[in-house]
Design a protein around this ligand. Structure first.
Ligand SMILES: Cc1ncc(COP(=O)(O)O)c(C=O)c1O
Length: 336
């Protein structure tokens, strides 16, 4: 049901995102898909996406019938940038989806030039970076549309599935608003063919409360990440997260990289330290996407990241002493 809690949350999240409009939807995958549809993406078009991202980024494009054109990320920030995108542009390129991966903003200035000079739509995947900034400006509201997820474990998480789109563009906002509710422009009258993807009242009510705490939770994440960075600085066997000087990072995940990832993960598990891998199999090697025709070896940066990354524990409420315990165990594992 579309109700008062939802419209209240939409107003508040638009304000937070520095955009004129916010449209709540059922989840982040739908948000991306609806954003692509609003930008007119369909069969015959190409959409540039990172080779290293959560599967949903790719699935949203596949669902429109457009062709996925993957580009490799920077091996240090894990985000895509102008060089890789430029090389992949053709006359069929209709949109680019920069993903602010792990909580760090992508290089948006050069992407906005693409929009300005070539008319290519920029759809930000902001599922992991609520509150991050590029050049001091908040992510999500920088491109044509920002699509996001409020899946419970996100920096801003609901109690179940939820997502949203944010934009400055009234036409795109109206399309998304109709599309999420069967295409209805008014009661029982559809001006477009839509879907059912509403953000539920109960989730909106929870998000309204949690949004008030997001900035302080992000500060806590940054503080814990800073402790990790200081404490693990001397361990030459691991690559620590790198932040671009113009970007802020809200550490949705604290991801390190090592050639001995699987051994380290087992060692930490044996010391009651739970870690994660985001993500062990890149989209182009997923069995379910075999039909796209990509092969092993085609995106070596993404494959090497998938083989080496490990997400260390980090959540608001975690103590700095817990970070120290994790770091001691990592140092012991590498013989420091
Ligand atoms: C980068 C990224 N994009 C899209 C999504 C999809 O969001 P959802 O699971 O709400 O559909 C997620 C999260 O799950 C994500 O991490």
């Amino acid at each position: 049901m579309l109700g008062k809690e939802l419209s209240g949350f939409e107003d508040e999240y638009a304000l937070f995102s520095n955009t004129a409009y916010c449209i709540g939807v059922g989840n982040g995958l739908d948000a991306l898909y609806i954003a692509l549809k609003a930008c007119g993406v369909g069969p015959g078009d190409e959409v540039i996406v990172p080779s290293h991202t959560f599967l949903a980024t790719w699935l949203s494009v596949i669902r429109t019938g457009a062709r996925v054109v993957p580009v490799e990320p920077d091996p240090f920030t894990y985000n895509i940038n102008k060089q890789s995108i430029d090389a992949a542009i053709t006359e069929k390129t209709k949109a680019v989806i920069p993903v602010h991966l792990y909580g760090q903003a992508c290089e948006m200035t050069s992407l906005m030039d693409l929009k300005r000079l070539r008319g290519i739509a920029i759809i930000e995947d902001n599922a992991q970076a609520h509150g991050a900034t590029w050049n001091g400006k908040i992510t999500g509201g920088l491109g044509d549309i920002g699509a996001t997820s409020f899946y419970p474990i996100k920096n801003l998480g609901a109690l179940g599935d939820a997502g949203a789109l944010v934009t400055q563009n009234g036409d795109l906002a109206q399309y998304a608003r109709h599309y999420r509710n069967y295409g209805f422009e008014s009661k029982n009258l559809a001006d477009i063919e839509g879907v059912n993807s509403r953000l539920d009242e109960i989730q909106a009510a929870v998000l309204r409360i949690k949004l008030k705490y997001l900035a302080s939770w992000n500060d806590e994440r940054v503080k814990l990440a800073t402790s990790y960075l200081q404490s693990l600085k001397g361990v030459a066997d691991i690559q620590l997260p790198h932040s671009h000087p113009q970007a802020t990072h809200v550490y949705h995940l604290f991801v390190i990289r090592t050639d001995r990832r699987n051994e380290l993960q087992s060692y930490l598990a044996s010391h009651q330290i739970e870690t994660g891998i985001h993500y062990p199999v890149p989209p182009h090697l997923q069995k379910g996407l075999h039909h796209l025709g990509f092969r092993k070896g085609e995106f070596p940066v993404a494959e090497s990241i998938a083989d080496g990354v490990l997400s260390l524990p980090l959540w608001p409420g975690m103590e700095v002493s817990d970070v120290e315990f994790v770091c001691d165990s990592i140092r012991k594992f590498f013989g420091y």
